[in-house]
Design a protein around this ligand. Structure first.
Ligand SMILES: [Zn+2]
Ligand SMILES: [Zn+2]
Length: 344
């Protein structure tokens, strides 16, 4: 059994531009709570927006422990918890739905009116432990590498968006962007057997990684206009949104997954949207259903995101991780993982 309180270093954002390592403690879980020890924590562009203060203030509450893409092991369970044991390899839904608001009752837990999310408004995983309600904890199969679990969160974000589209076999798919979300979109959209997956990226170094994850054609040129059945914007830039709308063929669908910065706007060619009969869809985060489906795909072996991991750093080297994220240089860059326990 663990000694309480559990203590250790945490990556804390005290406010915009103010990031430090600081000790955090966790007491024993009570009732229906589970205490989970994070082992792998992915970082992404959203973490940079949290550290810089660029994220819409409605979705963040400082100070906070960073880390919303992660996997770990159960350290202790409250006396009412059933079906989870100490040592279980798990992932934890980051959005904590209130379960009583209108959105939650309709299954749209991503739109919970009492929004709370680990690593945004609640302490995240880049620390000694996370205390969470048991119903948000999902067990990983014994044959799933624990580090792959850190890709469940971004995988669920992408899967939720894809599930909102009308995807049928044989569609031509364009993905704009070459970061983790774009690469996951390429990987997951293949489940619908598209005729082709084209990625319009910015860094030629990403091509090999993109191909390994399911991209047929990789280009750093502007994509053809009016050429694709499905266009997924995953670059998080206003220009990419404009490119996405231009690239959709008549009757096409455009999915917006990128976060382009609070208050930024893109030009909308209104006549083209109407005349081309376009469907434009934004998708925020993931629902509990999309999360559960992502875990199911991971546990069954249908979703194998591990080739996406290109960098691993220790918590002490968090600055390196954030720097790599902000300035990708020298070779391919996929997911950057912070290894909390020496990578076990
Ligand atoms: Zn993320
Ligand atoms: Zn709710």
């Amino acid at each position: 059994m663990s000694e309480f309180p559990v203590r250790g270093q945490a990556l804390v954002v005290r406010g915009p531009g103010d990031v430090i390592l600081e000790e955090r403690t966790h007491s024993a879980p009570e009732g229906n709570q589970v205490l989970v020890e994070p082992h792998f924590v992915g970082v992404c562009g959203t973490d940079l927006e949290i550290t810089s203060g660029a994220l819409d203030p409605a979705y963040v509450r400082y100070p906070l422990v960073l880390g919303h893409e992660w996997s770990g092991k159960v350290l202790a369970v409250g006396e009412q918890v059933q079906g989870l044991r100490v040592g279980d390899a798990v992932v934890v839904e980051g959005i904590v739905p209130c379960s009583v608001c209108h959105a939650c009752r309709a299954g749209k837990t991503n739109l919970c009116e009492n929004y709370d999310e680990l690593g945004f408004t609640l302490d995240g995983a880049a620390g000694p432990a996370v205390t969470t309600p048991a119903h948000l904890v999902h067990r990983l199969s014994a044959d799933v590498p624990l580090d792959a679990g850190a890709l469940v969160e971004p995988g669920a974000v992408v899967l939720r968006g894809l599930l909102e589209l009308d995807l049928v076999p044989g569609q031509s798919v364009l993905i704009i962007g070459d970061g983790t979300v774009a690469l996951l979109a390429a990987n997951l959209v293949r489940m619908w057997s598209p005729s082709s997956v084209t990625m319009s990226g910015r860094r030629p170094e990403q091509e090999e990684l993109a191909r390994a994850l399911g991209v047929d054609h990789f280009t750093v040129q502007a994509p053809d206009t009016a050429a694709f059945d499905v266009v997924i914007e995953a670059a998080g830039a206003t220009a990419a949104v404009e490119t996405a709308i231009d690239a959709a063929r008549r009757g096409g669908q455009v999915l917006l997954l990128g976060i382009a910065g609070h208050g930024n706007t893109a030009k909308l060619p209104v006549d083209d949207v109407v005349n081309n009969d376009l469907r434009i869809r934004g998708s925020f985060s993931y629902t509990a259903a999309a999360w559960a489906e992502t875990v199911r795909l991971l546990n069954s072996g249908s979703f194998q995101p591990l080739p996406l991991v290109t960098h691993r750093v220790h918590l002490d080297d968090y600055e390196k991780a954030l720097d790599l994220l902000a300035n990708p240089t020298g070779g391919p860059r996929g997911k950057i993982l912070i290894e909390m326990h020496g990578g076990k």
